[in-house]
Design a protein around this ligand. Structure first.
Ligand code: CU
Length: 414
């Protein structure tokens, strides 16, 4: 006997099924990737990206561009994030708007995960081929197992043309040339449709009868056996035999058609070459560091000792991809993204050249709206409220030295 309850239960089930199915096919266009919502300590104390270059601002479909630069793997990697033992160099973009034609770390092709050493600096390059027209925010990114995607700075790149013109030709190891963009696509659609059809038929067969409550009552009253009829059993056997038969036949014909296949390649690459950085001749001690909430400014008291033979000046503080520049020493000519560049964001209480052998204590202030806009100030609410970043010093000949700083950060609210 059909009751209204059964009908409601059935309808709700079908509605749920439809909702789940349509959610699988719903892919809205994303223009940013929540880079600001990634915890500030993740961006400040893991991978420091610098010297970045996006080779183009605008690129046509099928044309290529590169993103190159360096990254420093912070030695004081947070305890709460797994060490970068299995890391994959990636690009943060909204879906496959580019394809990654190749990526290199230290000059070596890295199509797989790599092991990175804490405290080392690496050179990298990623080659991208434009696939889908639009304006896209293109980030550097490092996927770390147990740490998630660690996002670097993003720059807007425009892709022009029509997606229909995109091709991705490839010669297989057996000498055939295929276009990966639509290779065997009909087959993919066919098998998805077939298995979804079989799955749906199986579900419909079982939900055409009273569901949840009547069945529950039957089971609790010891009449569970009456729920499954002899026809049900026959249909179930037909489904099982049919499914197995279909798999056997299609597998046989696939093996015949494609006798040579190789599995997807995985595995870990070790021994990636890092940059042999010269021993730094500058010693920096962080005496204290505070973040003034109303002023959106971080203030550090640094004791800088110059052990080199040329006088030096502080030119840049780089943290979480935000670059604070001292305009009297350094000007950006690389076209770094505006929102991450504080061109006059760094002030030093006395930035006259520090002579060889001299040691000086200075007040350094890094101030910019980026502290708030990029939610870096959230750091002060962490249980381990530390900051880290790169200081760049320049000597008389314009040579650059990089010094890592890492210290507790104390907030002030007045
Ligand atoms: Cu973005």
């Amino acid at each position: 006997m059909k009751t209204i309850k059964d009908k409601i239960a059935k309808l709700s089930f079908v509605a749920l099924l439809l909702a789940v199915t349509s959610a699988m096919f719903y892919t809205p266009t994303a223009s940013a990737h929540g880079e600001k919502s990634q915890a500030a300590f993740m961006r400040m104390r893991t991978i420091h990206w610098f010297d970045l270059d996006w080779s183009k601002d605008e690129v046509a479909i099928n044309d290529t561009m590169t993103i190159s630069g360096k990254f420093h793997v912070f030695a004081g990697w947070p305890e709460t994030v797994d060490k970068p033992e299995v890391s994959f160099l990636n690009i943060g973009i909204p879906g496959p708007v580019f394809i990654r034609a190749g990526s290199w770390i230290g000059g070596q092709l890295v199509p797989r995960s790599v092991t990175l050493e804490l405290g080392e600096t690496y050179e990298f390059k990623v080659l991208l081929k434009a696939r889908r027209p639009g304006d896209w925010h293109v980030h550097t990114m490092m996927n770390v197992e147990g740490g998630g995607p660690i996002i670097g700075p993003g720059k807007w790149v425009t892709i022009t043309g029509s997606m229909g013109d995109f091709v991705n030709p490839l010669t297989t190891l057996t000498g055939d040339t295929i276009d990966l963009e639509n290779y065997a696509l009909d087959n993919v659609y066919f098998w998805h449709a077939l298995w979804m059809g079989i799955g749906t038929a199986w579900l419909l067969f079982w939900i055409k009868r009273p569901m949840f409550i009547p069945r529950h009552i039957a089971v609790t009253s010891g009449k569970a056996d009456t729920l499954i009829s002899a026809t049900d059993k026959k249909v179930a056997i037909a489904f099982a035999v049919g499914t197995l038969g279909l798999i056997m036949v299609s597998m046989g014909s696939t093996n015949e058609k494609y006798p040579i296949t190789t599995p997807l390649q995985a595995g870990l690459m070790r021994g990636i070459q890092w940059i042999d950085m010269p021993e730094t001749t500058i010693n920096v001690k962080v005496e204290d560091a505070t973040y003034r909430v109303p002023g959106r400014a971080m203030q550090m008291t640094l004791t800088i000792t110059n052990n080199g033979d040329s006088s030096i000046r502080l030119g840049e503080f780089n943290t979480a991809s935000v670059r604070f520049l001292e305009p009297n020493v350094l000007e950006d000519e690389s076209g770094y993204p505006d929102d991450l560049l504080a061109e006059e964001g760094l002030t030093v209480s006395d930035n006259s050249p520090i002579a060889p052998g001299e040691s000086r204590t200075v007040e350094v202030t890094a101030s910019d709206a980026a502290w708030e806009v990029y939610r870096l100030a959230d750091l002060i609410y962490d249980p381990d409220s530390r900051f880290a970043g790169l200081l760049f010093f320049f000597d008389e000949d314009g040579n650059r030295q990089m010094v890592m700083v890492d210290a507790p950060l104390i907030p002030t609210f007045i």
